[in-house]
Design a protein around this ligand. Structure first.
Ligand code: ACO
Length: 321
């Protein structure tokens, strides 16, 4: 039994913030941001919430798949910016869409969150316990940015992407790889809750994302091509057989470096970071939805996906569309 993506959906907040808009509130420029990252604008949440955007994206994915909320057995949301510690974002999505009998929970694998959710859903669908799953990557990263740190806040955006996946005898997900390197985890971190009890004095200071950009870059350009190569081979294919590489959208230079290492044309690497920025777990499903709605994905095509980021974590998959 295989697992197939049968529908996609996405949701971006209504407010677009360009690089020039940021240059009005901090010492930066469109030239610096766009040449180093490829990012030109991002959407930032005002009234929107992680759960609300997730539910919108889920509704579009279900419509695209031709299923209803009653068909959904399992909801997994990959996020580091759920609206609450509890209830989980996935539980709120279950309520918002009315997927009454679905089991729902969140996972935190940062920018690999959607990919890890896909692999978990795949494993559970294989058992036959569940038939149809909704997997979502969703973030409101703007709430964990230090808006006085121009080296990180310009990179990120808010949004959600979703996919409906279903057990399918004809396959779909051909192979996958995933991994974690906790030893290097601190190169991209967002410390949050400290001990807080009668024995410990706790700082009430808000904590934001800290990143060693050059270390993250080195990690991405070595680990991602290695993982993709491994997964393509496990699928019984060559890198040249892959029609598209839909990768986490962190930085155009990372996409270019991965293409170069794999000796694949950059044209096979679709881009959404120019208008979305980096939306962590939401990047891959939003990109996939854009590709799907633009008609780029035809039945039988081979598509490689990869997520990588905080943890450090990485994951790749090869799908037959
Ligand atoms: N605008 C203008 N100048 C800036 C900005 C900004 N927004 N941010 C930093 N600078 C300045 C710095 O102060 C520094 O100035 P100095 O030389 O006078 O000290 C100069 O630009 C260079 O700063 P670096 O941090 O060395 O910039 P670098 O060339 O490394 O580029 C970047 C930073 C784009 C983040 C790069 O390290 C990178 O691509 N890293 C990959 C990591 C990544 O993409 N992370 C995204 C999140 S992680 C993930 O999703 C996997």
């Amino acid at each position: 039994m295989g697992t197939r993506i049968i529908g996609t959906g996405s949701c971006l907040p209504g407010t677009v913030v360009t690089n020039d808009d940021l240059a009005k509130i901090m010492d930066t420029s469109d030239e610096w941001i766009s040449t180093r990252t490829g990012i030109r604008e991002r959407h930032l949440a005002k009234e929107e919430t992680t759960a609300g955007m997730s539910a919108e994206a889920a509704g579009r994915a279900m419509e695209n798949a031709g299923v209803t909320a009653q068909d959904i057995d399992l909801i997994i949301v990959g996020t580091v910016t759920a609206d609450n510690v509890t209830p989980a974002c996935a539980c709120e999505v279950q309520a918002l869409i009315g997927a009454d009998h679905a089991v729902a929970f969140d996972i935190n694998a940062a920018c690999s969150g959607f990919m890890f959710a896909l692999h978990i859903a795949h494993a559970w669908l294989q058992t036959g316990v569940y038939r149809t799953a909704l997997i979502i990557g969703a973030e409101t990263l703007s709430k964990i940015m230090d808006w006085s740190d121009r080296s990180t806040c310009v990179l990120f955006g808010d949004g959600a992407g979703a996919a409906v996946v279903r057990a399918d005898e004809r396959g779909g997900l051909l192979a996958f790889d995933q991994g974690t390197d906790g030893v290097r985890g601190r190169v991209l971190s967002c410390p949050n809750r400290s001990n807080n009890n009668p024995l410990v004095r706790t700082s009430k200071e808000l904590q934001y994302v800290h990143m060693d950009g050059q270390e993250v870059y080195k990690f991405a350009v070595t680990q991602v091509p290695a993982s993709l190569q491994k997964t393509v081979e496990a699928a019984g294919l060559n890198v040249g057989d892959i029609d598209y590489f839909a990768l986490h959208q962190a930085n155009i230079r990372i996409l270019q470096a991965v293409a170069k290492r794999l000796k694949v044309s950059e044209e096979k690497f679709p881009v959404s970071l120019d208008h979305c920025g980096n939306i962590s777990a939401a990047s891959v499903p939003i990109l996939l939805d854009e590709m799907n709605r633009q008609g780029l994905l035809k039945p039988g095509m081979k598509v490689a996906l990869a997520g990588f980021g905080g943890g450090l974590t990485w994951a790749s998959a090869v799908l037959e569309w």
